[in-house]
Design a binder for this molecule. Structure first.
Ligand SMILES: [Ca+2]
Ligand SMILES: [Ca+2]
Ligand SMILES: [Ca+2]
Length: 420
């Protein structure tokens, strides 16, 4: 027993020491910091570290309440440290804007978080040993993104379990954003912590410098410097409107919920193409061992400018849906994804998600609350009324897209709780 526990204890005791070095951030980076606790922000000029160029950008630091009100805006001086105290007792957002120069924020205490969402990535310099994220209950996997846009600047991205065991890693130049997918070895009812490291690449031709890091939209986009602070991510995520309680609808393990599959434009009787083949498959999966495989094929002389393959689920339990989420294994085909929900009154709600411009697993989120959506028919109350509804995944082919696609869909869930 002791022999098994000892390496774990040692691994854990080594973590806080590593976590103390201040992170270097650049451009615009957001944090959440406790109210009333001072934050020391060191400003470092790019020119002091690199001999090739000097930037005159002066730093600006803003404190914004969790409700979005600007509380304080401080102009820093390049090369000098600033001392900022968020007013009040409530946690607040800290927007760091060192421009092309560097900021090294050091909040007092351990309980603070870096924002790392697709919209507000963490802009790091020279990587980091350990940042901790929280994987909500019910999620057995997730994605971490990195983009080190400059050539030759690269990194080794590693995701580990909280005990230090590596789950996934990827060394790349990250010239384009790339996702690293990880699978947890075990899930817990209260969710799981993971450790993310961005280290110097092993390839001797590469270095580590600028890199944007963010979490896939299936994870609360917050990173902590300590395990203790990571344990508080759920509570703070909910306060800033990051939803952590999704309702799973289909896992595509044993049942194919797509009961109707059709083209938007009629295909001539007996025509060989366009054709589709849709069914459960073990070739790829996000959660579990299976997913829904969707193959579509078009003739070379395809005449229709637009054709859509529409996949209708059977009626699924839902009411007051605000968001629909599923995982899509993309093929970079450029086909557009539209998510429709048909509510109990036959009101159709449409949300265009965008083109499939990625390869591999990625969360697709149709935000019926905030994104531009349209409705037609039904009771016209613009609410996705239950007790059941059908999710329709529409894959739009346009002239110029590749003629053949194989996509995979997994883990469909909804976020409910709409008004009324
Ligand atoms: Ca690069
Ligand atoms: Ca599955
Ligand atoms: Ca309705």
């Amino acid at each position: 027993m002791l022999r098994r526990a000892l390496p774990l204890l040692l691994a854990c005791s080594a973590l806080p020491a590593l976590a103390q070095a201040p992170l270097i951030v650049r451009y615009t980076t957001w944090m959440i910091v406790p109210g009333g606790a001072p934050v020391e922000i060191e400003s470092r000029s790019y020119g002091a570290v690199h001999s090739d160029y000097t930037y005159k950008d002066q730093p600006t630091y803003s404190i914004i309440s969790l409700q979005g009100d600007l509380l304080e805006c401080a102009d820093g001086k390049l090369g000098q440290s600033a001392h900022i105290v968020p007013p009040g007792a409530e946690p607040a957002l800290l927007m760091l804007q060192p421009g092309n120069n560097y900021a090294l924020p050091r909040p007092e205490g351990n309980t603070y978080w870096y924002v790392a969402t697709p919209e507000a990535p963490l802009n790091t310099v020279r990587g980091f040993d350990a940042l901790y994220a929280w994987v909500p209950p019910g999620m057995g996997a997730g994605t971490v993104f990195c983009h080190a846009f400059s050539p030759k600047e690269a990194g080794r991205l590693i995701v580990s379990a909280a005990d230090g065991n590596e789950l996934a890693s990827l060394e790349s130049d990250f010239d384009q954003p790339e996702a690293l997918m990880f699978r947890l070895r075990a899930t817990a009812p209260e969710g799981s912590l993971i450790k993310i490291s961005l280290l110097k690449p092993q390839n001797p031709d590469w270095t580590i410098d600028d890199a944007k890091v963010w979490l896939g939209p299936e994870l609360p986009g917050l990173l902590a410097r300590s395990v203790e602070a990571a344990a508080g991510i759920q509570a703070i995520a909910e306060r800033v409107g990051i939803e952590t309680d999704w309702t799973p609808l289909c896992d595509f393990e044993t049942e194919n919920p797509m009961t109707t599959i059709q083209w938007s434009k009629p295909v001539a009787e007996g025509a060989e193409l366009p054709a589709y083949d849709v069914g459960l498959s073990g070739e790829q999966s996000f959660g579990g061992g299976n997913s829904l495989r969707v193959q579509m094929r078009f003739p070379e002389n395809h005449q229709e400018r637009l054709q859509e393959l529409k996949l209708f689920t059977r009626p699924l339990p839902m009411d007051g849906v605000r968001r629909v989420r599923f995982f899509l294994y993309g093929d970079n085909s450029g086909r557009k994804v539209i998510v429709r929900v048909r509510d109990k009154s036959q009101e159709h709600h449409y949300c265009t998600v965008g083109p499939i411009d990625w390869t591999g697993w990625k969360a697709v989120v149709a935000d019926f609350e905030n994104a531009t959506t349209s409705t037609s028919g039904g009771d016209e109350n613009k609410r996705i009324d239950g007790p059941t509804g059908n999710v329709v995944i529409q894959l739009q082919h346009t002239t110029g897209n590749t003629l053949e696609s194989v996509l995979y869909i997994d883990d469909l869930s909804v976020r409910m709780g709409g008004a009324q």
